[in-house]
Design a protein around this ligand. Structure first.
Ligand code: APR
Length: 226
């Protein structure tokens, strides 16, 4: 089976009602990254950080996958598909995709503040101060914050180097190392991009579908399933 690697960002979940980061009205308009998405923020004001992620977790639980998520799941009828997502929502899982790599973590899980390898499912929307891991340390969102290592990046880079087809959906490609994954895709491999806007960075030999995800992704999937 041919291998398809898909890199997704916040734009694929926008039509499920989840805010992106850098569009107008995006998350980083309401909050300063420094205050809620860094290890220093967690040490400085853990309650603000928990509140930020509890609100986002509530939104994720209320959201449902959209036509783009479901279309990607259908690709598995004909291809070996791996989704490398920057998103911390679980909409790809709920749409039925089976191989998903959460480069930046998964908001429905918590992790030990002492040992990040210890992760736990969060039942419901709220992770509270005082909830501790088996080592007795405070549980924090299982999210990769700015300045923290991205544990799955080497594996993701390897997958991109072995892709037969590469698809980028709904990401501004502004945050590294995720944005650098496209450089690991061999030059002769067909590359597609689906985004509401033209990318601000120059991208070459890429078939661009400048449409919303819920329209552009099903169209692309239809073409690939013929
Ligand atoms: N359909 C398709 N694309 C869309 C839609 C839509 N309905 N709405 C927005 N987009 C596109 C925007 O044009 C933009 O290219 O989605 C992208 C959103 O970009 P960002 O807000 O920067 O989100 P993302 O690229 O996922 O951010 C990467 O930054 O803050 C960190 O960890 C966070 O994972 C996140 C990372």
């Amino acid at each position: 089976m041919k291998k398809i690697v898909v890199l997704t960002g916040a734009g694929i979940s926008a039509e499920s009602g989840l805010k992106t980061f850098r569009d107008s009205g995006g998350l980083w308009e309401g909050y300063n990254v420094i205050d809620v998405a860094t290890p220093e923020a967690w040490r400085r004001d853990p309650i603000l950080v928990q509140t930020f992620y509890n609100e986002r977790r509530k939104n994720v639980l209320d959201a449902i996958p959209n036509l783009a998520h479901f279309a990607l799941a259908r690709l598995e009828e004909k291809y070996e598909v791996t989704i490398i997502t920057q998103n911390i929502d679980d909409l790809h899982e709920r749409a039925g995709s089976s191989n998903i790599i959460h480069l930046h973590g998964l908001i429905t899980k918590s992790q030990s503040d002492k040992n990040p390898v210890l992760t736990y499912d969060i039942l419901g929307w709220e992770l509270k101060m005082g909830e501790v891991c088996e080592l007795g340390s405070q549980l924090r969102p299982h999210v990769v914050w700015f300045g923290e290592p991205v544990p799955m990046i080497e594996y993701a880079q390897k997958l991109c180097s072995q892709a037969d087809i590469f698809i980028v959906i709904g990401t501004s490609l502004k945050v590294y190392p995720a944005a650098g994954l496209i450089d690991f895709v061999p030059p002769n491999v067909p590359k597609y991009l689906v985004d509401l806007n033209c990318p601000e960075i120059p991208l070459k030999d890429l078939d661009m579908i400048i449409k919303s995800s819920s329209i552009g992704v099903p169209e692309l999937v239809e073409r690939l399933l013929i």
